[in-house]
Design a protein around this ligand. Sequence first.
Ligand code: SF4
Length: 236
Amino acid sequence: METSFLDWPGKVCSTIFLPYCNLRCPYCYNHQLVLRPDELETLALDDILEQLIHQQDRIDAICITGGEPTMHRELPELLEKIRGAGFKTKLDTNGTQPEILDYLLNKKLLDCVAMDVKAPLDDMSYERCAGVHLPASIIMESIRVLARSPVSTILRCTVCPSLLEQDDIYRLAKEIGGLWSEEASDHKALPPFLTLQQFSPKDPMDPALKEIKPLEDEFLERMQEKVNDILHGSGR
Ligand code: SF4
């Protein structure tokens, strides 16, 4: 469990990490949680909630992250408990289970969703960045689910230079903008920001990526400006 100001801009979040994931992104730095969660310390939910309730005046929301939280059948019950304890809820997801996302949103169990979008929305690019075969149509469906829902949405993409070119990122931004405008509810006429995240070679799931140099911060910032322009500015 960790507390952060960065998870949900403007909110103080405590984060609960759930184990296992259905993807194998080569750059994943949480691979122990994905592959060998038994080696990590486990806390009982009731103990976590008791600790958090004592800090309720300092914490706005609880973020459930992973791994991939939607792999757990108990997720709705977990979110209900968190809501029952008086906290807002945020879910971090890789977008591979649109039906579950839709269910949680319809049940009004989420206040914010942050979804990783890993590559342009074609099967080959997605497989390269997710490390497993995954039809990109599944990710497109999750984006549509989010566009129809009124909850706050954050989209994120990790930019690993050996996996994604600049043009891949701009193509992804255009694809998100297109899907959003087809599907968005009145609440969300504008698409969400697509936040570009820096790749870290420190301890990736694929050791070969330790040799890959991340992009210069300034270069990534310029890419972020262009992505913002595609989604919200004159590039739309
Ligand atoms: S980076 Fe990929 S493999 Fe790692 S937790 Fe996220 S979705 Fe799963």
